[in-house]
Design a binder for this molecule. Structure first.
Ligand code: PLP
Length: 388
């Protein structure tokens, strides 16, 4: 199998798995217990908190462990909304992950106005529009994805956060794809909250974190036993949190691997572009995550391509897949102003530190064969019609 879907999830690093094992087996004490057996778990959680904080240059007490990136986004957005009852407008970009977009859309049904800030055809945020949008006087929250999950395009977080700060607006960023892949520091950045998830950086599924700046007020999403210093009730997923801590520590020490991952990604893209007529990259090639490649194959049905690649044992993703696996034209590619045809004919390939050059070579060959097969059966008889 050639696994090129690492933005969906990554394989657990063996070192992380080993670190987690004692917390799944013998060290099962409840971290809230007063006896020493429980305190062992508490100490492991606090070590993990330091490791996750260090990855983004935050203070450990600014990290709240959650169950996933989705929960982190929901918590941040609903906290900001609930603490500002007079503010009835919500802002995000039009290329957010559904874990931000759908939360804000949900609040539209409760009378909130929801503004979507545009991006251009390269996926870059329209900063002028952002500047105008953050000036709205009843904004409860402005949220911007740090790096896009489909195209890998990196947002101008610093500038966007500063513009929000000029108007005293609460600023959240969904950094689930960016964290651990590119250097990141919340020091001297007016970011109030930031979402992370362990399974995107070789850690376990089912554990995330929310950075909440010491400078802001916060309201929990979950009430109950008062864990996480009253910020997220529920008995902690100790093994998952320990795994996240280790994943953060390793990611920080391996940030310089980005160069070699980007080199493999570039070889992959150059190969595909050279071998398959009409292939184009979606998103600014110079401003992307090192591991992400989103490619448009004119005249090729993306869903058909995924099926043929699956048969060839290559795992990759459409623009977006819902939980049933159904493929829809990418709303991200459409938000970049491209046609529905382009959105239907685009596929995301995302590499990991484990991707080999041999896999890259074999994947290029498999994609070439699959595209050829699909183009022969298409109505134009295989003639490539490039729809600009
Ligand atoms: N935000 C982004 C940008 C993502 O890519 C994802 C996962 O694909 C999420 C949020 C949700 O994270 P989780 O799967 O941990 O809920």
């Amino acid at each position: 199998m050639i696994y090129l879907d690492n933005n969906a999830t990554t394989a657990i690093d063996p070192e992380i798995r080993e670190t987690m094992m004692p917390w799944l087996l013998e060290n099962y004490g409840n971290p809230s217990a007063g006896y020493r057996f429980g305190k062992l778990s508490r100490k492991a959680i606090e070590t993990a908190r330091e490791q996750v904080a260090a990855l983004i240059d935050a203070q450990p007490d600014e990290i709240v462990f959650t169950s996933c990136g989705t929960e982190s986004n929901n918590t941040a957005i609903q906290s900001a909304i609930n603490l500002r009852p007079d503010c009835k407008t919500l802002l995000c970009s039009n290329v957010e992950h559904s874990a931000v977009l759908e939360v804000m859309q949900h609040f539209e049904t409760r009378g909130y106005a929801h503004r979507l800030n545009p991006v251009d055809s390269s996926g870059a945020l329209d900063l002028e529009a952002w500047g105008e949008n953050v000036a709205a006087d009843d904004l409860a929250i402005a949220s911007l994805i740090w790096a896009n999950n489909e195209t890998g395009v990196i947002s101008p977080i610093g500038k966007a956060a500063e513009l929000a700060a000029e108007h005293g607006v609460f600023f959240h960023t969904d950094a689930v794809q960016a964290v651990g892949k590119i250097p990141m520091s919340v020091q001297n950045l007016p970011v109030h909250s930031l979402s992370m998830s362990a399974h995107k950086i070789y850690g376990p599924k089912g554990v995330g974190a929310l950075f909440v700046s010491r400078d802001v007020r916060f309201q929990p999403l979950f009430f109950g036993g008062g864990q996480e210093r009253e910020r997220r009730s529920g008995t902690e997923n100790v093994a998952g949190i320990v795994g996240f801590g280790k994943a953060a520590e390793l990611a920080k020490s391996r940030l310089d691997e980005a160069e070699s991952i980007a080199a493999k990604r570039d070889t992959f893209e150059e190969g595909v572009i050279a071998e398959i007529e009409g292939t184009e990259i979606n998103g600014d090639p110079s401003l992307r995550l090192p591991n992400t490649s989103n490619l448009y194959f004119p005249g090729v049905d993306g869903e058909g391509l995924l099926i043929l690649l699956d048969e060839a044992d290559v795992c990759c993703s459409p623009g977006s897949a819902c939980s049933t696996g159904a493929v829809k034209p990418s709303r991200i590619v459409k938000a970049m102003g491209h046609s529905s045809e382009r959105a239907r004919s685009s596929v995301r390939f995302s590499l990991s530190r484990n991707t080999t050059m041999a896999e890259i070579r074999d994947a290029i060959a498999a994609i070439k064969t699959a595209v050829k097969k699909l183009r022969v059966t298409m109505p134009s008889g295989g003639r490539v019609v490039i729809n600009s």
